[in-house]
Design a protein around this ligand. Structure first.
Ligand SMILES: Nc1ncnc2c1ncn2[C@@H]1O[C@H](COP(=O)(O)OP(=O)(O)OP(=O)(O)O)[C@@H](O)[C@H]1O
Ligand SMILES: [Mg+2]
Length: 351
């Protein structure tokens, strides 16, 4: 038998993002520190069920676990993926985020203190949620207080994801709020505060991030679907044609800019409100905005925000540090940003 050093055994993981409009899957492989894209694929909900995969009103998913699992299996079959280990993302609007501070204490005391404090902050009984937390600021065994970031997810949501994974024949390694996947795939740690803006189909999440730690997160329901509806009403087009127009033309002034700018301004106002809230807490200005989610691809959006928010605005480049065949370059350039959550989940698996 040949000796294969442990670190050179390739590892692979799936990252699964069940969004409103589509399920996206990324399969990553790592050899030592080299991470490469093995597969990726998506299925639009409209092509399968004529219903969104999930909705904002209800915490749980719109379709049954079996239907969603079937869609996942379809994607994996098409991409001939054999990896079974998967990390799934949970929608930000199903996760409850809170921050609080705790006095200096030992590592052993911290766990208990977080649980105790959590009761005061979470609107549901602790028996109905699963909590996860990280130290946002402060160090164990130092004299400074801790800032704790706590995430609580209803057990009902977790149970449904476990069921989906099991029906799809996957081994669920972890579940994580979308925003953490986005941070992992889209940002490099930096001390200057960044707004990571995820504009999807049904919801938009504004996150303030410092040194890759989430400070504030807020979701609203103004997103890609509203833009499509606005075009459909203004130009008397059906939804499908309106969406095609949106993708083809974008919001350049000569195209759909006049129609779309009132809605985009509402998203911009949300960014400013959350940045202001962050300034009041930490006394620091947000210095940059990074766009993610499928709607980040709206032509002219980056420039529009840059002018109106008066800050540098970039479109995220989640695959920047991932190896992939050169033939995929144009596709990754065009679609990469909409796979940022799925990629972040697969990266979590490799950690
Ligand atoms: N080229 C494009 N121009 C404008 N919008 C686009 C483009 N490509 C995709 N979109 C929009 O992006 C949205 C889908 O984004 P994404 O895939 O991030 O959503 P999702 O994760 O399914 O939804 P959510 O996060 O709200 O649950 C749709 O509204 C779609 O019209
Ligand atoms: Mg999304």
């Amino acid at each position: 038998m040949k000796f294969i050093p442990f670190r050179f055994v390739p590892k692979s993981f799936l990252g699964v993002d069940i969004g409103t409009s589509a399920i996206k899957i990324v399969e990553l492989q790592s050899w030592g520190s080299r991470k490469s894209l093995k597969n990726y694929g998506e299925l639009q909900s409209s092509s399968l069920y004529d219903k969104p995969f999930r909705s904002l009103e209800k915490n749980t998913l719109v379709l049954s676990s079996k239907d969603i699992a079937r869609a996942i299996k379809g994607i994996l079959l098409e991409s001939s993926s054999e990896t079974k280990r998967a990390v799934f993302s949970i929608p930000d609007f199903s996760s409850f985020f809170t921050h609080f501070s705790l006095p200096p204490m030992t590592k052993e005391e911290l766990g208990e203190a977080v649980k105790f404090e959590a009761r005061k902050h979470i609107p549901l009984p602790l028996s109905e949620v699963t909590i996860d937390w990280q130290i946002a600021q402060g160090r164990v065994d130092s004299k400074t207080p801790f800032q704790i970031l706590l995430v609580a997810v209803p057990n009902e949501v977790i149970n449904q994801y476990q069921e989906i994974a099991s029906f799809a024949g996957l081994q669920l390694i972890a579940l994580e709020a979308e925003v953490f996947g986005l941070v992992r795939s889209c940002l490099a740690p930096t001390r200057s505060p960044v707004v990571l803006l995820d504009i999807g189909a049904q919801s938009t999440t504004v996150n303030v991030i410092v040194n890759n730690v989430l400070k504030i997160s807020h979701s609203t329901d103004i997103a890609g679907n509203n833009l499509t509806e606005r075009i459909s009403q203004s130009l008397s087009l059906d939804k499908k044609s309106a969406q095609e127009q949106k993708h083809a033309k974008g919001m350049l002034p000569q195209d759909l800019g006049v129609i779309l700018s009132p809605l985009i301004d509402m998203i911009g106002a949300e960014v400013e409100k959350i940045s202001q809230e962050f300034f009041q807490i930490e006394g620091k200005e947000v210095e940059r905005v990074v766009l993610a989610g499928g709607s980040a691809l709206l032509k002219g959006l980056r420039e529009y925000f840059e002018t109106n928010l008066k800050k540098p605005v970039d479109i995220a480049d989640p695959f920047g540090r991932i190896f992939y065949p050169p033939i995929l370059e144009p596709t990754i350039k065009e679609l990469g940003v909409s796979y940022a959550v799925a990629l972040g989940m697969a990266l979590r698996g490799l950690e």
